[in-house]
Ligand binder design. Structure first.
Ligand code: DAK
Length: 265
C-alpha cells in the first residue's frame, strides 16, 4: 500500500501512507507547528483514519526545518476563557493518551524544537528519534504555568525524577545528544531522520503485529504497576499470543526455516 493524501481533509497536519506505515506531519510551520485546538482535533481524527487503513506503524514529525512542535499555541491559549481552557486540556490529554495506548507503535521523528506541548507529544509516542537539531524542553514555568499535557509525569518516567525536576524547574532546553544520553530519546540520528524513522517503522512492521501491539501494552501498563502485578499482566498477555495465528505462523516459519507471513490475527 503506498499513497499520499492530497485531498486536504486536514488543515493543521498531513498524512501519507507508504508500505503500511503512516506518516503524520504537524503542519503549521509558520507558527513552528504550535499545537492549537484544531490540531488536537485532527490528531484524533487522523488516528481514526490510520486505524481504518490498518497501518502497522505510525511516524509523527513536524513540517519545515525548524520544529517538531514549539508547544501549545500560546496565542490561542492566551485568549482562552476557563471553559475553553478546560476543553483544550481535556481534549489534549485525551489525544495524547490515545497515542500512548494506540495499538500500533508510534515513532516521534523530532526534527527541531519539541518544546512544552511538543515535547509532551513526543513523549506520548513509543520511541523518540532525535534529529541532530532536535531541542527538547518543558519551558512552561517561564510562562507561569506547568506542563499540562502530561509532561511532568512522562518526563520523570523517562529520565527519572531528579533530572525531570531539573529540566522542568529551569525550563532549560535539552539537545539531541543529551536527550539520547538520558533516555528522553531512544537515539540521535545524524542524517536522514525521516528515512531512518521509516526504516525503524518497517523493521517493527515486519514482526508479528499482534505481538508488537501486546508488547506495547505490556510495557506501558506494567510501568505503572508493582513488579509482581506487572509480571502477572505480562503472563496474561503472553498467554493471549497463543490464541493468535501470528504465534502459530511465527513459530512454524522458524521451524520450517522460512520467513513468516503474519496476518496480524
Ligand atoms: N505558540 C504560538 N506561536 C509560536 C509558538 C507557540 N508555542 N512558538 C513559536 N511561535 C511562533 C512565533 O510567535 C513566531 O510567529 P511570528 O512572530 O512569525 O508570527 C514564529 O512561530 C516563529 O517563532 P520565533 O520568531 O520565536 O522563532 P525563533 O527561532 O526566534 O525562536 C523558539 C524559536 C522555539 C525558541 C521560540 O519561538 C519560542 O520560545 N517559542 C515558545 C516556546 C514555548 O514556550 N513553548 C511552550 C509553550 S506552552 C495545558 C496543556 C498544555 C500546555 C499547558 C497547559 N493544560 C492541559 C492545562 C502546554 C503549554 C505549552 O506548550
Amino acid at each position: 500500500m503506498s499513497s499520499n493524501r492530497t485531498d486536504n481533509l486536514y488543515s493543521c497536519l498531513t498524512v501519507s501512507f507508504s508500505e503500511r506505515v503512516a506518516t503524520v506531519t504537524l503542519n503549521r510551520p509558520k507558527a513552528l507547528n504550535a499545537i492549537n485546538a484544531s490540531m488536537i482535533r485532527e490528531l484524533s481524527d487522523v488516528l481514526d483514519e490510520i486505524a481504518d487503513r490498518d497501518a502497522l506503524a505510525v511516524i509523527i514529525t513536524g513540517a519545515g526545518p525548524k520544529a517538531f512542535a514549539a508547544g501549545a499555541d500560546i496565542a490561542e491559549m492566551s485568549a482562552m476563557n476557563p471553559q475553553e481552557a478546560t476543553s483544550f486540556a481535556e481534549k489534549g490529554q485525551g489525544v495524547f493518551s490515545r497515542i500512548e495506548s494506540f495499538p500500533r507503535p508510534v515513532i516521534a521523528a523530532v526534527n527541531g524544537y519539541a518544546l512544552g506541548g511538543g515535547c509532551e507529544l513526543a513523549m506520548a509516542c513509543d520511541i523518540i528519534l532525535a534529529g541532530k537539531k532536535a531541542v527538547f524542553g518543558q519551558p512552561e514555568v517561564k510562562l507561569g504555568v506547568i506542563p499540562g499535557f502530561g509532561g511532568s509525569q512522562r518526563m520523570s518516567r523517562l529520565v527519572g525524577r531528579q533530572r525531570a525536576r531539573e529540566i522542568c524547574f529551569t525550563g532549560r532546553t535539552v539537545g539531541a545528544e543529551e536527550a539520547a544520553r538520558i533516555g528522553l530519546a531512544a537515539r540521535m540520528v545524524e542524517t536522514d531522520l525521516l528515512s531512518q524513522a521509516q526504516q525503524l517503522a518497517l523493521q517493527i512492521a515486519s514482526n508479528g503485529p499482534r505481538a508488537v501491539s501486546l508488547c506495547k501494552r505490556a510495557i506501558n501498563t506494567g510501568a505503572d504497576l508493582d513488579m509482581s502485578s506487572a509480571l502477572a499482566h505480562e503472563a496474561q498477555l503472553f498467554a493471549l499470543c497463543f490464541a493468535s495465528s501470528d504465534q502459530k505462523e511465527g513459530m512454524a516459519a522458524f521451524l520450517d526455516k522460512r520467513p513468516p507471513n503474519f496476518s496480524g490475527q
